[in-house]
Design a binder for this molecule. Structure first.
Ligand code: PLP
Length: 466
């Protein structure tokens, strides 16, 4: 068996350590780590000889080179930038919202310096961690009080546990939503210690359904925004006003899980179906919660707004400590919210809002510009400018599509599937989609600094070298 012969020829570690290339390697990397990586390289070589994959012995320099590649990969972060060419703006897999410049600056400051996170500078004593964001949240929404937790899932748990532990929460069967893989309202409710009392049917729930269920053990009347799907046709849901009426009549608090939510009144066709947070509060709901990193375009956070008496109870709940956000989140959130003081600034500066509002005419120009550069730089590809549809994503506005533009790419020397794989394996991976044998990149979700790595990435990927 030729493999056995080859196995004996694997160089000894001592011999490799004497090589000049090794000396260079250990000036670039920690020696202990380099030796571990070398052992791994040799183990892989041994395995590939045994399986018959390797039929000749690599040079010592080649073994050292593969060890170097292993070290480079080991020492680079696994969490890295990607280029989002999918046209899905709030893409949960890609980190949802990008932060506005002012928010990035605030995060950097909070990370670099000590801050008054929980210190009242005026009084010279301990202050309120939530105080900073609360001021601006109250101003923007008219809420009596506010609190911020890690994400909206945490908000739902905290609200249910504080207001309805051991009691019934009445909620419409049509709103028992699942958001992403593991967030289901019924499951979260169980964990929070509240008892689910479903009423109505999947498509129709009336005020009377709630009323019939209200009893001695009712802790909370709840509504959830069915943000990521839409029941069409023969439907009826209980309005916020009706919920508030019942709450007053029966003395039970009311809660709306708004999911995403807009922080300003918008009549645009696109956003018409999203609840407007200030309007919902005006209707008299006791508590509302929503995600910071969906439509608000802020960092990941769960924002809880509502009556002071309930928010204070939540702040005192021992769970609050476990669900609280870190200072980087609070800094990014407050700076993003400050931009909303002028709606025009918000739309220009907050990437999520800007991407939603960018016109397809502007995106067509972007696509033409990129197509022109690609045609001038790359021979083996056909480039076209194509009308597409983008989506808001993040489980919001499921049936809204936004007319957009993109580039369609057809490589000549490799299959479109191979091209797509190569784009994903670049050091800054490019993610697009294949439709009818063409690779599509939507311009709407590109960052302005994506253009250069995008073009050079495509250049690299169309080469026929493997
Ligand atoms: C997205 C969403 C959640 C979960 O929010 P996260 O910020 O992802 O934790 C909860 N409820 C509704 C209705 C949602 O749309």
């Amino acid at each position: 068996m030729p493999g056995k012969e080859l196995l004996r020829k694997i160089p000894k570690v001592d011999e490799i350590l004497k090589n000049r290339a090794w000396e260079k390697l250990v000036t670039d990397y920690p020696e202990g780590l380099a030796k571990d990586a070398l052992r791994e390289s040799l183990e892989i070589l041994r395995e590939s000889i045994k399986t018959g994959e390797a039929v000749s012995m690599p040079l010592i320099e080649e073994i050292i080179l593969s060890t170097r590649q292993r070290l480079t990969s080991l020492m680079s972060p696994r969490l890295k930038r990607v280029i989002n060419g999918t046209g899905v703006i709030i893409h949960t897999n890609f980190g949802r919202s990008l932060l506005a410049g002012a928010a990035i600056e605030a995060v950097k400051n909070a990370a670099s310096y000590y801050s008054n996170l929980e210190y009242d500078v005026e009084q010279g004593m301990r202050g309120d961690r939530y105080g900073h964001s609360t001021v601006i949240l109250k101003r923007l929404t008219g809420a009596e009080s506010a609190m911020v937790v890690n994400n909206n899932a945490a908000a739902v748990i905290l609200v249910l546990n504080t207001l309805a532990e051991g009691k019934e929460v009445i909620v419409s069967r049509g709103e028992l939503v699942e958001i992403g893989g593991s967030f289901r309202i019924p499951d979260v409710m169980k964990k929070s210690g509240a008892i689910l009392r479903e009423v109505g049917t999947t498509n129709r729930t009336y005020k009377e359904d709630y009323e019939r269920a209200i009893g001695e053990n009712t802790g909370l009347l709840m509504k959830a925004h069915t943000s990521n799907f839409k029941v069409k046709g023969f439907t009826h849901a209980v309005t916020s006003e009706e919920l508030v009426d019942m709450g007053r009549q029966f003395g039970a608090p009311t809660y709306f899980d708004a999911g995403s939510g807009l922080l300003y009144p918008a009549n645009e066709r696109l956003l018409a179906d999203e609840p407007c947070i200030p309007t919902e509060l005006e209707r008299g709901l006791d508590v509302i919660s929503f995600s910071g990193d969906k439509l608000p375009g802020a960092p990941q956070a769960g924002i809880i707004l509502g009556k002071k008496i309930y928010i204070n109870m939540m702040k005192k709940n021992p769970l609050a400590r476990a669900l609280r956000p870190d200072k980087l989140t609070l800094a990014g959130l407050e700076s993003t919210l400050l931009l909303y003081l002028d709606k025009k600034t918000a739309i220009q500066e907050i990437p999520t809002l800007r991407m939603i509002h960018t016109s397809d005419v502007a995106l067509k120009k972007d696509a033409q510009r990129i197509a022109r550069i690609l045609r001038s730089r790359c021979a083996n590809i056909t480039v076209s400018v194509i009308p597409l549809y983008s989506e808001v994503g993040g489980g919001t506005l499921p049936d809204v599509v936004i007319p957009s533009y993109g580039v369609g790419l057809r490589p000549h020397l490799i299959s479109v599937e191979k091209f797509e794989r190569r784009l994903r394996s670049l050091s800054i991976p490019i993610i697009g989609r294949i439709e009818k044998d063409m690779y599509l990149l939507d311009m709407r979700t590109l960052h302005k600094s994506d253009r250069e790595p995008l073009i050079s990435g495509i250049e690299t990927a169309i080469g026929d070298a493997e």
